[in-house]
Design a protein around this ligand. Structure first.
Ligand code: SDX
Length: 430
């Protein structure tokens, strides 16, 4: 017998039944697709705190337990035992690649890492001090002007080539945004380097001398990209899905995702964490900032803390903290003042009733910036790295949405509280 729930209007006594749908794990959902047709009412959920927007098989999060699975594999296993290309393949296809498929995928991605030469002049349209996320939004959106051969979203081959192009080109686009800000020449990708290593190479090499990427840092970067690859229906992924639901091309949809990720409440938090730690400046000032974070009248929030879904420690933050100490010891950075402040801030916050009660824990952004800074990556590039990694998740979710027979254009409704119909007042009488 199919499970249902009943809604009863206490005033009229009318009631309606709605089907309950169950997944393989996680909460059931009430299917309200016919809710308006049957009740003449809308549901209301600004921020979508209790609303499932789609069916998906890519990522599962149990916020209470702090569990994150990609296609069923725990993030801890993927971060420890895979490289980014394997995880990207998993996101796109649903399975981890065997040796042959991994080699082929790495080859296919590698041979799409170059950008059209005309994009050089596109970069020069930006001010040198433009925020890299502004450059990423512009350049990624502009890619649809270069790839007319793969914009038919109903053609599976076009969807595949566009996905590969986006995944492959993001490291080049991000690294070139950094080089452009320095006034240094763009460094072309190399076909003999892995995904993360190639990115660091394009970031820090110059034409003047041989540059060898530190393998420990390449491995750390690879793991950080895995940690950021996908995260269910977060704000930027939902933006990509909504943009894609109208049939917009994948380059435009990913540009929309980049724009949404930029916000400090979302992917922009990693940059905001570093700025916050610098503003705190000294462990002695931590109580002052914790007090502000708890003050309802102060809109200051502890950046890198809290999460819409995790009401436990973000599993990615744990791995990030471990990676942070590995990178700092590899770089022989003994005392990192910002890390000391971050560790003390975490300790104080996790013992504070306000944070315990509201289940606020460090999230993925809390430690990432310290690692990036130690690697010599400027603060303004932090969210661009998040966008680089999340492109794989965005494009996997976009493809899943396009290939979902149930998908239709997203068009939410509203609770209208504005003026009802009124008589027009001509200018002379206003
Ligand atoms: C990411 O969705 C994803 O999956 C995102 C992400 C991904 O991988 O895609 O995980 C990446 O965006 C991580 C989050 C990065 N953002 C930050 O670190 C910014 C700081 N965090 C907050 O802005 C906040 O925690 C959010 C935005 C992350 C979540 O906000 P919610 O779910 O809307 O929660 P809320 O604002 O309703 O907060 C619940 C309560 C509130 O107090 P009350 O109104 O109930 O009294 O907790 C308080 C908030 O004031 N609160 C905080 C806080 N976060 C929430 N108080 C102080 N400091 C904080 N960081």
């Amino acid at each position: 017998m199919a499970k249902t729930v009943t809604l009863k209007d206490d005033e009229s006594g009318k009631s309606w039944k709605f089907p309950v749908l169950g997944g393989t794990t996680g909460p059931d959902v009430v299917d309200i697709r016919k809710f308006y047709a049957e009740t003449d009412m809308f549901t209301y959920d600004p921020g979508y705190t209790s609303t499932g927007s789609c069916e998906s098989k890519i990522t599962f999060i149990d916020g209470d337990k702090g569990v994150l699975l990609h296609r069923g594999y725990p993030i801890e296993d993927l971060a420890e035992k895979c490289n980014f290309e394997e995880v990207a393949f998993l996101m796109l296809t649903g399975e981890l690649p065997d040796a042959k498929a991994k080699k082929q995928f790495q080859h296919d991605i590698t041979y799409h890492t170059m950008l059209h030469e005309q994009l050089h002049s596109f970069y020069s349209g930006f001010r040198r001090d433009a925020h890299p996320m502004a450059v990423m939004c512009g350049v990624v959106g502009a890619l649809s002007a270069f790839y007319h051969d793969s914009l038919d979203i109903n053609n599976p081959d076009h969807r595949k080539i566009s996905s590969y192009r986006l995944i492959a080109k993001m490291p080049t686009i991000a690294a070139w945004a950094y080089k452009y800000s320095l006034g240094q020449p763009f460094i072309y990708p190399r076909n003999d380097l892995g995904y993360a290593e190639n990115f660091l190479y394009m970031m820090f090499a110059t034409p003047c001398e041989e540059y060898k990427v530190n393998p420990i840092l390449a491995k750390a970067m690879d793991r950080i990209l895995i940690l950021h690859a996908d995260h269910e229906q977060n704000a930027s992924t939902s933006t990509v899905r909504l943009a894609g639901s109208s049939g917009a091309n994948p380059f435009a949809c990913i540009a929309a995702g980049i724009a949404s990720l930029w916000g400090p409440a979302h992917g922009g938090a990693n940059e905001a964490v570093l700025n916050m730690l610098k503003e705190i400046g000294d462990k002695k000032r931590i109580p002052e900032f914790v007090k502000r974070a708890k003050d309802k009248n102060d809109n200051f929030r502890l950046m890198g803390f809290g999460h819409r879904v995790y009401k436990n420690y973000d599993p990615r933050a744990r791995i990030m903290a471990k990676t942070c100490s590995e990178v700092l010891s590899e770089l022989k950075i003994k005392n990192n003042a910002l890390l000391d402040i971050a560790v003390e801030l975490e300790r104080i916050a996790l013992e504070d009733d306000y944070f315990i009660e509201k289940k606020l824990y460090p999230n993925v952004d809390f430690y990432s910036g310290i690692i990036f800074q130690a690697m010599g990556i400027p603060v303004t590039m932090f969210t661009a790295l998040f966008a680089l990694a999340r492109t794989t998740g965005w494009i996997a979710q976009w493809r899943e949405m396009i290939e979902d027979p149930q998908q239709k254009i997203g068009r939410p409704r509203q609770l209208y509280t504005g003026q009802t119909k009124r008589k027009f007042v001509p200018l002379a009488k206003r």
